[in-house]
Design a protein around this ligand. Structure first.
Ligand SMILES: CC(O)(O)NCCCCN
Ligand SMILES: [Zn+2]
Length: 660
């Protein structure tokens, strides 16, 4: 299934008609440069174009009051003076004779997107709209927003399609207070937002934007705020919050639909955000959400005011929605101190509501939520941090790397008598191995056809590294031997870093590097004290890999942060026989691991597990993994052990930090 793209140039036909410094950045060119970048890059042609439409009164009234709607209805007939007058009652927003029409198109576009996804016409999609929506409230326009496009879409999805749980992820750099107010008492809509806050000193300066606003009444726990109290946040900070706050809760919530308030003012160069995350971060943020809700994801444009980073960020998002490989993120140095404090506060505020956060640490000693700190700190900071260090609009950043789709998506190396699953391309050629290696294999008691398998395995690794193939599946007689072979011999000169993810344990891995060429993360039911080195990380699950709750927690809170920091060139996913891993979990794991090494994942399985080849192939081909149904509360021992493991390893692996 494809990716929907909604865009209508009519939404460029309104602008600020008077002087207002707060609003001058919200210009029609925002939409034009975004759409033109998609056209120029060829991405728009690969999308399914869906027409915009006007939202009806009843749809707008799902969120807004009749009084407000009736008032806005009058604006097309107002004089310039009336428009100015009308605007004065709201904050940081402007009206225009055509903005009511555009606001209906913006909301209607979001609804068209929901229809396309919910009816299965497309898998996911994006609506490029203005005016944005997430600040507008029941009876008021605010922050360039007139109707709350995403809030209306959430209510609409529930009403029309009986959607039970909607996850709204707001990665715009401003707090979407309009969305928060709409759903704070509603347990069927989980709202997550990060936003520039600076201890309530940044617009909209609301006390309720802080991390301790967790929702109310039956919606308690279903509102998650992560305040950024400093500018200059980087890719590490964003990924840490996804891995340690949003994703654990999102997987436990198990949404039927994901809506994204896709604001790109959180990207580097934006005058509002003053952050330093690069546009390719949105490739990863999108990717990390794409295995939720069976891939049903609707992104709706909110903010984004640096026309260069906006256009690049939109392209990165769309390219991931289309299923292209995600770019490698280099030198992630782990979250900064301020981000860790915010992360820790959000986790501790929610640990009583989400079993996946149950073992989160107490909040940091310094209560970071009060204003007075800011003024004191600001004085000291102003002196310390020289002007040019701050991420100002003058900041420059490299163009995002090209994300080339290999000619072959998924290749397979199977014994001759095994039927190749649909979609996989059997690897034909196999180059002869060096005689030295053949003799080595022979000594390893690998029989004749084993050598053939290994030579084809070698060819497969070569093609992965050459980006001729995206990923591959190999069935071998002895998966442990094959793993050793790949790790020791096949990759020595082909790749710099190999991430080995070992699911289940048949025996001790007797091969661990200390030079960092290989990072092994083994998830199994047994603990192993020895080998405790930076590059061999055994994760012990009390009930083993069949415990999906423990497994997904280890993946999100440990494997993902480690993988991002390690930044491998190849991922080797080894399924030990008898691991007991559940199929949906196995597919989720393959899906998530595609975020590393440009998607170069090599799956090694034993021939006697060929029954799971179908689901493995499906995940390798990029089909969304099935949701992890009714996750149990993870075993306390496992949650505890994971926290302890993180604490022990965070000295070596900064991305594991969750406490200051
Ligand atoms: C959509 C949005 O979140 O980017 N609007 C920002 C309004 C800022 C007003 N000072
Ligand atoms: Zn914004």
């Amino acid at each position: 299934m494809g990716t929907a793209l909604l865009y209508d140039e009519e939404m460029t036909k309104y602008k600020l008609l008077w002087v207002d410094p707060a609003c001058k950045i919200e210009v029609p060119e925002r939409l034009i440069v975004s759409y033109e970048a998609l056209v120029r890059s060829g991405l728009s042609d690969r999308c399914i174009s869906i027409p915009a439409r006007e939202a009806s009164d009843s749809e707008i009234l799902l969120v807004h009051s009749e009084l407000y709607l009736e008032a806005v209805k009058k604006t097309p007939y107002m004089t310039l003076e009336d428009l100015k007058e009308f605007t004065l009652q709201f904050g940081d927003v402007y009206f225009h004779p055509n903005i009511y029409h555009c606001a209906k198109l913006a909301s209607g576009s979001a609804l068209q997107l929901v229809d396309s996804v919910m009816t299965g016409k497309v898998r996911n999609g994006i609506a490029l709209v203005r005016p944005p929506g997430h600040h507008s409230m029941h009876g008021a326009a605010n922050g360039f927003c007139v109707f709350n496009n995403v809030a209306i879409a959430a209510r609409y999805a529930k009403q029309k399609y009986g959607v039970k749980r909607v996850l709204i992820v707001d990665w715009d750099i401003h707090h979407g207070q309009g969305v928060q107010y709409c759903f704070e008492d509603d347990p069927s809509v989980l709202y997550f937002s990060w936003h520039r806050y600076e201890h309530q000193n940044f617009w909209p300066n609301l006390r309720e934007s802080d991390y301790d606003s967790v929702g109310k009444e039956s919606g308690t726990g279903f509102n998650i705020n992560v305040p950024w109290n400093n500018v200059g946040m980087e890719n590490s900070d964003y990924l840490s919050v996804f891995c340690h706050v949003l994703l654990p809760v999102a997987y436990e919530f198990c949404p039927d639909l994901v809506l994204v308030c896709a604001g790109f003012d959180s990207a580097i160069g934006d005058p509002e955000g003053e952050m330093c995350a690069t546009p390719d971060i949105f490739a990863h943020l999108t990717h990390l959400l794409m295995n939720l809700a069976g891939g049903k994801l609707c992104a709706v444009l909110e903010g984004g005011y640096n026309l260069t980073s906006l256009a690049q960020s939109v392209c990165q998002t769309v390219q991931t929605l289309l299923g292209d490989p995600v770019p490698q993120l280099a030198n992630l140095r782990g979250p900064c101190k301020s981000a860790i404090e915010s992360l820790q506060c959000a986790r501790s505020a929610h640990r009583r509501y989400w079993s996946f956060l149950k073992h989160a640490a107490d909040p940091p000693m310094t209560d970071i939520s009060t204003k007075h700190i800011k003024s004191a700190m600001e004085e000291e900071e102003k002196t310390e941090m020289a002007e040019e260090e701050r991420c100002t609009e003058g900041k420059v950043w490299p163009e995002p790397p090209e994300r080339l789709c290999p000619p072959v998506c998924s290749a397979s190396v199977l014994p001759d008598d095994v039927v190749c699953p649909d979609g996989l391309k059997p690897l034909s050629s196999s180059k002869d191995l060096e005689p030295l290696l053949v003799s080595k294999l022979k000594t390893a008691a690998v029989d004749g056809d084993g050598v053939t398998t290994f030579s084809r395995l070698y060819t497969l690794v070569e093609k992965l590294v050459a980006n001729e193939i995206r990923n591959g599946l190999v069935l071998v007689p002895d998966v442990a031997a094959a793993m050793m072979c790949v790790v020791q011999d096949l990759t020595s000169d082909l790749v710099k870093r190999v991430l080995v993810v070992c699911v289940g344990k048949e025996k001790e891995l007797d091969y661990v590097t200390t030079d960092g060429k290989v990072l092994v993360v083994q998830i199994s039911s047994e603990d192993s004290e020895e080998h405790r080195s930076k590059y061999y990380i055994p994760v012990c699950l009390k009930k083993g890999c069949s415990d999906t709750s423990g497994f997904i927690q280890a993946v999100l809170g440990l494997l993902l942060p480690l993988g991002y920091e390690y930044n491998p060139d190849l991922v080797l996913l080894v399924r030990m026989p008898g691991s007991g891993v559940v199929d949906s979990m196995w597919q989720q794991l393959i899906g998530l691991l595609q975020g590393f090494a440009k998607g170069h994942t090599l799956v090694l399985m034993q021939v006697n597990e060929k029954a799971c080849m179908g689901s493995t192939a499906s995940a390798l081909l990029g089909h969304p993994a099935p949701p992890l149904q009714d996750l149990q509360t993870p075993f306390p021992e496992d949650g505890d052990a994971l926290e302890r493991l993180r604490e022990r390893l965070q000295a070596d692996w900064k991305m594991l930090q969750t406490t200051s």
